[in-house]
Design a protein around this ligand. Structure first.
Ligand code: URA
Length: 217
């Protein structure tokens, strides 16, 4: 499944696959109901995660098949951490956990400080030894990029070095912001949409991902 690296934002990979395109079409459709929306986010995340995990290190192990001993490969190193940005990021956790069943799951919650207009943490919990672990940060929408940048700032303040970001939709504004602040963080997305509107919603987009996942609109 090829992922296309962006010419200008070299940390951005658009994962291209006929299954992703057709699931994305259903996801964008405003008549798609909550159950199907949730399932589609799950399925698209599985496909994104296949690409986003391709650089995980492996090590050789010897096992015994019913026939003979053989050398095989297994994931090496400490188990990674999945970090959803609350709340919409939660919609991507089950898919990542099913592929990485040993992964820890952290959480980060951000709100917008109405004075500074900057995102601030209201909740942050990750494993003690996180600086040694690989992180997969997820949020379906990379819109302004401010929350993603703040979440990654927070991880780096705790010494985390190896971070990959997964989203369903991104826009150039958000990718540029991430590239400016964290060019080392690889972003895997199912689409690069056109732009943000005046309320920082993605166009053509899919609306409010959290509301559509959790039925709160
Ligand atoms: N968050 C959403 O849920 N939707 C957008 O379009 C932008 C940010």
């Amino acid at each position: 499944m090829p992922s296309r690296q962006h010419e200008k934002f070299t940390n951005f990979y658009q994962v291209e696959h006929p299954l992703i395109s057709s699931k994305l079409t259903l996801l964008r459709d405003k008549t798609t109901n909550q159950k199907l929306f949730r399932e589609l986010v799950h399925e698209i995340t599985l496909l994104l995660a296949y690409e986003a995990t391709q650089l995980l290190p492996t090590k050789e192990v010897e096992i015994q098949t019913p026939m003979e001993k053989t050398l095989c490969h297994t994931l090496a190193g400490l188990d990674p951490v999945i970090l959803p940005i609350l709340r919409a990021g939660i919609g991507m956790v089950d898919a990542l956990s099913s592929l990485l069943p040993q992964a820890k799951v952290g959480h980060i919650g951000l709100f917008r400080n109405e004075q500074t207009l900057q995102p601030e943490n209201y909740y942050f919990k990750i494993p003690e030894d996180s600086e040694k672990r690989r992180f997969f940060v997820c949020d379906p929408m990379l819109a302004t990029g401010r929350s993603a940048v703040r979440a990654i700032d927070t991880l780096k303040e705790r010494g985390v070095k190896d971070i990959t970001f997964l989203c369903v939709l991104a826009v150039p504004e958000g990718v540029e912001t991430m590239f400016k602040h964290h060019p080392d963080v690889k972003i895997y997305s199912a689409s690069m949409d056109r732009q943000l509107d005046e309320h920082a919603y993605i166009l053509p987009g899919l609306g409010d991902a959290g509301d559509r996942l959790f039925g709160t609109h």
